[in-house]
Every structure is written in structure tokens, then in C-alpha cells.
Design a protein around this ligand. Sequence first.
Ligand SMILES: Cc1cc2nc3c(=O)[nH]c(=O)nc-3n(C[C@H](O)[C@H](O)[C@H](O)COP(=O)(O)OP(=O)(O)OC[C@H]3O[C@@H](n4cnc5c(N)ncnc54)[C@H](O)[C@@H]3O)c2cc1C
Length: 416
Amino acid sequence: MKYLIVGNGIAACGAVEGIRNKDKNGEITIIDGEKRGAYTRPLISYYLSDPDAYRDINYRSPNFFREQQVKVVPAQALHIDPALQRLTLDDGRQLSYDKLLLATGSRPVQLPIPGAEQAWVKNFYTLQEAEEIQDELEKVQQAVIVGSGLIGMKAAEALYKRGRSVQLLEKESRILPRQLSPGPAGFLQTYLSKQGWDIILGEEVTLIHPDHKVELKSHRLIPADLVIIAAGTRPQLELARQAQLQVNRGIVIDSYFRTSDDNIYAAGDVAETMNITSGKPELMALLPHAHQEGYLAGCNMAGYNSPDTGNILMNSLRLLGWNICSAGALEDQEADLLSWGNKEQLLELKIKDNFLRGYVAINVPEVVGPLTNAIRHKISIPAGGWEEFINQGPSLKNIPLTYWQELRRIETYGSD
Ligand SMILES: Cc1cc2nc3c(=O)[nH]c(=O)nc-3n(C[C@H](O)[C@H](O)[C@H](O)COP(=O)(O)OP(=O)(O)OC[C@H]3O[C@@H](n4cnc5c(N)ncnc54)[C@H](O)[C@@H]3O)c2cc1C
């Protein structure tokens, strides 16, 4: 059996492990478009904050690929011929496959801002981009980060830790708009502002001047030695489109990670997978999901029948010593809001019909596991149970007893 994997990221590594779980001898080839080996993408911000401590951010070492008998080809995949089961690379080589996995991940959204093509305006998505910023850092005193999502926040933190002044621009009315509801976002913003971050909400960049000034919609000019555009990501769908696979916002797959072509699979950021909370297939660009999906796709490519059971959206972020977690459907307008907090901690729960639908937890890490399980397994707590939990002060010992009983039942007998 010949397995071909496009992309050498997280989902690809999971897929190798999944394939080898069943097929010890099949031929596995990975097409590594970045030509950097498999590295842990989120750690590029750790690298930038301390390049000596984080010089090695391998996700899997070169030994792993040798031991798993995987051939890694540094090249870009350009074209799939599904009828001939053949992939063409940018160096002209053609490779045949029995099973192909698209694990091509995402790339940053490019904003059409005049001046964004200048060398001191960067994205922060690849190790190469982090290295370029590191190489030029001596010239940087003032950095402007456009976008306050997870990636923008981690870029800002790295530069702040290197002693640079940080200006964060967000076009929405709160920071981390996809990860936090308004109350927790304001709570976190107050903390970051006290640390010296300048955060500007409800503003957009309209022009980046060659004399190192960023112009906002309000015509305000901000000086900048470095601009990082972190305005979201999109799945890399070119190959899937070219091969005429069914594509929505991401590649459409069945619960076995098979695309509309029986011999082509997709996993990771590029594929739409089942969101348990919404009950719909969605893009859920998260590292643990990418590995798990790659693993299951690999198992299925090698002949197992390992269906995806779905996942929930969950974010976990450490920012200047604060621990920020959120999960589930925070935007559910029909859910009741329960909240608790003090100077440094905050917990917000969204409850509907005795079910926890979503939460934001700032500096209460001990309750995050049970709360995530309660959403994932749709555990119903008798009326008043969540109110009692939060009013007592959210700690592990106050988790409602019904939660533990239900979890034990699910672990023993499975979900309904
Ligand atoms: C700064 C930062 C912080 C993050 N923090 C978190 C976090 O805290 N938690 C979390 O869960 N997630 C986080 N993420 C997201 C996480 O990194 C991704 O969800 C994960 O890497 C997705 O894995 P993947 O295998 O789908 O794609 P990737 O790991 O991106 O791998 C895809 C690879 O495919 C290559 N490729 C694409 N097209 C081709 C082609 N035609 N030919 C050859 N190769 C190709 C790409 O260049 C890339 O190397 C973060 C990301 C960044 C950038």
C-alpha cells in the first residue's frame, strides 16, 4: 500500500501514527511544503520570546520519521490527478498513491491594506516568519499587532517579553472576540493594560506608510518599527479545489475523514469536522484536534473503521502568567449566564435546560477539565446545581456530585 500525505504538520504526524498502528510495512511519503520538518506551530511565540530556550520546537524528531520508515520529501504539492491517483510536485516529480491525505492546514488571512507588502510588515504563522522577526528585532522598539485573536495575543506577549512596546489593534469591540465573551474580555484587557499594553478597540488599519507609520480609519497615525498582521486564518484549499473535491468553508469529509473521492482523506485545520455543541460540521482549527483527526484518518486509510465522534471548540491560553480557558457555545443567546469573580479570577457559565453550554475560566484551571467534560458529554445537572457550584466558589470539591456519577456511567457504558 502506498500512502501519500501532503503537509508535514500536526495532522500528518498523527496520521503516520494511525497508519503504523495497523500497517507496519506500507510505504509512507510526506510532502513537506515548509521544508522545516514537523514543528509545534504554537511554540513559535515561545521561540520569539526566548530563542535560546526554544531553539528546538520539533513536534516529532527526524528519528521519528526514520523509525516509522517515512520518506519526507521537501517540496510543494501542486496538482492531484484523482483518476490516475497521482500527485505532481513543484519540482516536476510525480508520485502515485493508493491513499492520499490532505493535511495542508491553514494560512493567515491577507488584508488588502496598501503598504502591507513592505518587508517590516509580517504575518506570524510559520517558524520562518518568527525567525525573520527575531533577526530584525534589534531595529524594533515599537510593534503594532493587527488583530487580537490567539495568534495576535501570543505575538504581542513574545515581543513584550523582549522589552518591546506593544500596541494591539482590534476591529471588534473586545479582545479575543472568538474566544471570550464581553465580561471576561474586559477583565483580561484591564490586566494587560496595567502591564503596559496599549489596546485600541473598534479600529482598523487603512494604510501603512513607508515612513513607519500605521494609519487608522479615524486618521490617527501610530509609529511602528514592526507590524504583525494577525487577522485570522483560512484553510489551504487550493489542492482540494483543483482536484474537484467537495469543499465548503473547509474540505467536506465523512465521519471516516474520507473526502468526496474514496481514495483521498483530509484532516486537521483544512477539514470540517463535527462540532458536538452545534451539532454541525465546522472548521475547528486547534492542535489537539488536528493530531487526533490525523490519527483517526491514518487508521481508516490503513483499513480500520475508526469514526470521528466529534469535538468541541476549546481554547487554552497562557498570557503574562494568566491562565485563560474557554469552551463551547459562548454566543448562545438563549442560555442563562452565571458568573463569579474576584480581583484575579473569573468564571462565567452559560447554562441552558440544566446543561452547561459554554464557559470562560480565567485563573481557575482546576475546574476546566470537569467543565469541558460536562459540555462534551452533555451532562445534565439537576436544577440549581450549577448555581450552587458557582456561588460556593468554583473549586474541584464543589463540582456537583451528579457530574461525577454521570461521568462514571458514561465511562462504563458510553454516551447515550
Ligand atoms: C502562534 C500560534 C499559536 C497557536 N496556538 C494554539 C494553541 O494554543 N492551541 C491550539 O490548539 N492551536 C494553536 N494554534 C493552531 C495550531 O497550530 C493548528 O491548529 C495546527 O498546527 C493545525 O495542524 P495541521 O496539521 O492541520 O496544520 P499545520 O500544522 O499548519 O501543517 C500543515 C502543513 O502543510 C503544509 N502545506 C500546505 N499546503 C501544502 C502543499 N500544497 N504542499 C506541501 N505542503 C503543504 C503547510 O505549509 C504546513 O507546513 C496556534 C497557531 C499559531 C500560528
